[in-house]
Ligand binder design. Structure first.
Ligand SMILES: O=C(O)c1cc(=O)[nH]c(=O)n1[C@@H]1O[C@H](COP(=O)(O)O)[C@@H](O)[C@H]1O
Length: 305
C-alpha cells in the first residue's frame, strides 16, 4: 500500500491528501436543506447531508489527488448514522481509486489494539466466515501505550498489505506539553521518532516503510530533525492551511528524492467556498471551489519543494 501511495503521488505530481472532516457548519445550506427535507432534522438527516457533501467533493477532486483522510470524529458525533457514512465514504473513495487514510488515532493495551486493528484494517472472524469492518488502507495510531499497543496494528498491516501513520509530533498548540519534554536530555518526540523508524524496519515497502509518522506542519524545525531521524518513514503532515502551516516551511519534511511527505488539508479544501479568493463560486458550486483549492494547494506545495 505504501508503494501504491507513492506511485499515485508521483503520477499525479501531488504530495497531498484531502481531509474529509465534514462538520455540519461547513456544509452549504442548500445541501442540508435537501437532506433534511428527505430525512428530517435528525441524525439520519445530518448523515445524509455529510454523505452528499463528501460525494460531491470526491467527485470533483479524485482525479487530482492520491489520497483522502476521513476524520472519524466528524462522523462519530452523529452516532451509528455517522459511522455508516464513514464506511460509505471509505468504500466510495476506494472505488474512485483513492488511497484512504482513516484518521482514527487508536492505540490501547495489546488485546484492545488488536480489535481496533482488525476493525479498521483487517478482517473479523465470525464462525466460518470473516468480514472486513471499515477497511481503510492506512490508519493513524497513537503510540503512547508503547510497543504492545502498536504491534497488533503492524501484524494486521503485514497480513493485509496496509499501513500506519503514528503520531510523533502533533500540529496543535499544546503538543509540546508532553511531546517536547526532555528524557535523558532529548525531547520525547525524537525518541518516538526513533521508535517509529525501528518499528518500520520490520515492514518495508520498496524505498519507504509501511509504518509512517505524523508530524505537524506547524513545527518545521522539529520536522527537519525528524526527517533525519526517520529517513525511510513517510510523514503525514497536517496543519497546512487552516492551522497556519505554510508551504515555504514544508521543504524539510521531504527527502532528496522529492518524496517522503504527504501534506494534509481538511477545512482549507472542503470549506474552500467560504474562504477569501473562492467566494465567486458561491455555496451551490462548493465542490468546484474545492477543486480549485486542490489545484492551488498542489501549486503552492510544489513551489516549495
Ligand atoms: O493525525 C492527524 O491527521 C492530525 C495530527 C495532528 O497533529 N494534527 C492534525 O490536525 N491532525 C488532523 O488533521 C486534520 C487537520 O484539519 P485542518 O486543520 O482543517 O486542515 C484534522 O482531521 C486533525 O484531526
Amino acid at each position: 500500500m505504501i508503494n501504491k501511495l507513492i506511485n499515485r503521488i508521483e503520477n499525479l505530481g501531488a504530495p497531498i491528501v484531502v481531509g474529509l472532516d465534514p462538520m455540519l457548519g461547513y456544509i452549504p445550506e442548500c445541501v442540508k436543506a435537501k437532506a433534511f427535507a428527505e430525512k428530517g432534522e435528525t441524525l439520519e438527516g445530518a448523515a445524509e447531508a455529510i454523505w452528499q457533501f463528501n460525494k460531491a467533493i470526491v467527485d470533483a477532486t479524485h482525479d487530482l489527488i492520491p489520497a483522502v483522510k476521513p476524520q472519524i470524529a466528524m462522523y462519530e458525533q452523529f452516532g451509528i448514522e455517522g459511522l455508516k457514512v464513514f464506511k460509505q465514504t471509505v468504500e466510495y473513495c476506494k472505488e474512485k481509486g483513492l488511497i484512504v487514510i482513516g484518521d482514527v488515532k487508536r492505540g490501547d493495551i495489546g488485546s484492545t489494539s488488536e480489535a481496533y486493528a482488525v476493525g479498521h484494517l483487517g478482517k473479523v472472524t465470525v464462525g466460518q466466515n470473516s468480514f472486513y469492518g471499515f477497511d481503510e488502507d492506512f490508519v493513524t495510531v497513537n503510540p503512547y501505550l508503547g510497543s504492545d499497543g502498536i504491534d497488533p496494528f503492524i501484524k494486521v498491516c503485514k497480513e493485509e498489505n496496509k499501513g500506519l501513520f503514528i503520531l510523533v509530533k502533533t500540529s496543535n498548540k499544546s503538543s509540546g506539553e508532553f511531546q517536547d519534554q526532555l528524557v535523558n536530555g532529548r525531547p520525547l518526540y525524537e525518541l518516538v521518532g526513533e521508535k517509529v523508524a525501528s518499528w518500520g524496519e520490520s515492514h518495508m515497502g520498496d524505498a519507504y516503510s509501511y509504518v509512517g509518522a505524523v508530524v505537524g506542519a506547524t513545527y518545521p524545525e522539529m520536522g527537519k530533525i525528524l526527517r533525519k531521524i526517520m529517513p525511510k518513514t513517510y510523514i503525514l503532515v497536517p496543519g497546512y492551511g487552516a492551522q497556519g502551516g505554510k508551504a515555504a516551511d514544508l521543504a524539510p519534511y521531504f527527502n532528496k528524492d522529492g518524496l517522503g511527505a504527504i501534506i494534509n488539508s481538511s477545512r482549507g479544501i472542503i470549506a474552500a467556498y467560504k474562504q477569501p479568493g473562492y467566494e465567486k463560486y458561491g455555496e451551490e458550486a462548493y465542490a468546484d471551489a474545492s477543486r480549485q483549492a486542490v489545484i492551488d494547494m498542489i501549486t503552492d506545495i510544489k513551489s516549495a519543494i
